[in-house]
Design a binder for this molecule. Structure first.
Ligand code: UDX
Length: 449
């Protein structure tokens, strides 16, 4: 099938590449010329396991091409996917102008039937707005024969760091489409992913749009609930790791996504929880649970700094001192630092007049892009060198290479044996026995004795 994908960000590029990989003929369109030039040469704007190979292979095979010419993409074929960004506006609601720009471009150039698929996460009701916009534009165009179209909601559920495998082996494919023609096209488009069992769930457009939010909010809620229980565990002297295993054994709860930590980050959970709360509010319903999920998470991101202050006896004692941060990305296997707990921590350290020596396996360039050159941030290429003469290590991301470090080496580099562990990577008993001051999440602290 001939597929056009608008937007070559995370979702667009992965979608385009994976659809090409199963044999569809895909054109990816983006307004950013530099990005398209790079993509043609096989230079990708994001780092995602497996993606580079798939893009190169399919450019080579002629299944995948890139353009900045919207009209060309619209002419390509019947399937038009909108996968542009929907950045949060100042009030937290999604900014849809990129989505509407694509809708306008499609309306301006379409001749025959088009299936217009919204893949970006958009507020409930957006697909209908896209449809209204296209209808109005076609009418205004005033051609003798108005081409027909369907608007379909087909939200994406891929995780960063596993985007390609999530796309190629989806748990489910959500299709919100009213008409039989649209449903048949979607069935054909996703046939290659659907062979071992039926994965497509058809529903109406609004339900599909809401399904995406519901999935992210359910997951974000699990994390906030665990983080809140972890906070209580610290107060009552319980061990959240035992509690986690205890509740995860109930299949209704499950072991997945109940790891307490330094708070969730990334581009989806924070944005989507906020956007749905906002939408409910605008419709006259205060969605208190959604607000609570977000509030708990925002506070959780400050707990690492709070533990540091407690250890050093007040924020004023951090001034002029140096601290090490391991892990800058919001989770392992990505360089994405959007809403990462590391940022909340570093910004609090800077406000307190402290210096940061940071190490991350892949996000150092990203940190440099965000914060630029500053005297109180040193990005250090080696995780042990990053410890030199620092007063404490704070672990923000559970990269594999932080799980079993050489504690002797760490001790020889640090000025003090203090670890604040935002991901519960080490054993409190062992840290205590080795004389570390060790603070983790929801487990009893050791104060070096
Ligand atoms: C998420 C959803 O998983 C995906 O389906 C959706 O399409 C986009 O949002 P992503 O943001 O890539 O994907 O990351 P994910 O792996 O889900 O992690 C989100 C955050 O939750 C991370 O900050 C992670 O550290 C945190 N988390 C996750 C926990 O704190 N505890 C857990 O048990 C799991």
């Amino acid at each position: 099938m001939k597929v056009s994908v608008f937007g070559t960000g995370y979702v667009g590029l992965v979608t385009g590449a994976c659809l090409a990989e199963v044999g569809h003929s895909v054109i990816c369109m983006d307004v950013d010329e530099a990005k398209i030039d790079n993509l043609r040469k096989g230079i990708l704007p994001i780092w995602e396991p497996g993606l580079q190979e798939i893009v190169e292979r399919n450019i080579e095979a002629g299944h995948l091409s890139f353009t900045t010419d919207a009209a060309k993409a619209v002419r390509h074929g019947a399937i038009q996917m909108i996968a542009v960004g929907t950045p949060p506006g100042e009030d937290g609601s999604a900014d849809l102008h990129y989505v509407f720009d694509v809708a306008d471009a499609i309306a301006a150039s379409m001749r025959g039937y088009r299936a217009i698929i919204t893949k970006s996460t958009v507020p409930v009701g957006t697909s209908n707005k896209v449809a209204e916009r296209i209808t109005a534009a076609l009418k205004a165009r005033g051609t003798s024969e108005t081409p027909s179209f369907d608007v379909i909601s087909n939200p994406e559920f891929l995780k960063e760091g596993a985007a390609v495998s999530d796309f190629l082996k989806p748990d489910r494919i959500i299709v919100g489409a009213a008409g039989a023609k649209a449903r048949a096209l979607m069935q054909e488009l996703y046939e290659p992913f659907n062979r071992s069992r039926e994965r497509i769930v058809f529903m109406d457009v609004e339900s599909a749009e809401l399904t995406k939010y519901a999935a992210n909010i359910m997951l974000a809620a699990k994390i906030s609930v665990m983080n809140e229980i972890a906070n209580v565990a610290e107060l009552v002297g319980a061990d959240i790791e035992d509690v986690r295993k205890g509740i995860g054994s109930d299949p209704r709860i499950g072991y997945h996504f109940i790891y307490p930590g330094a708070g969730y980050g990334g581009s989806c959970f924070p944005k989507d929880v906020r956007a749905l709360a906002k939408l409910a509010n605008s419709l006259g319903h205060r969605a208190e649970l959604l607000e609570a999920i977000e509030n708990v998470n925002n506070r959780q991101k400050t707990t690492l700094f709070a533990k540091l202050i407690r250890h050093f006896g007040g924020a004023e004692h951090l001034r002029g001192k140096t601290f090490t941060v391991w892990g800058l990305s919001f989770k392992p296997n990505t360089n994405d630092m959007r809403e990462a707990p590391s940022r909340t921590l570093m910004e609090a350290l800077w406000r307190a007049g402290a210096n940061v020596q940071a190490y991350d396996p892949v996000a150092m360039d990203e940190a440099h892009r965000i914060y630029g050159e500053r005297a109180d941030l040193k990005l250090v290429e080696d995780k042990y060198d990053a410890l030199n003469r620092a007063e404490a290590l704070i672990v923000c991301t559970e990269w594999q290479q932080f799980r079993a470090p050489d504690f002797q080496e760490m001790q020889s580099r640090l000025a003090r044996k203090v670890v604040i562990d935002g991901r519960n990577l080490y054993s409190p008993a062992r840290m205590k026995a080795d004389g570390w001051s060790y603070y983790s999440v929801g487990r009893t602290a050791s104060d070096g004795g």
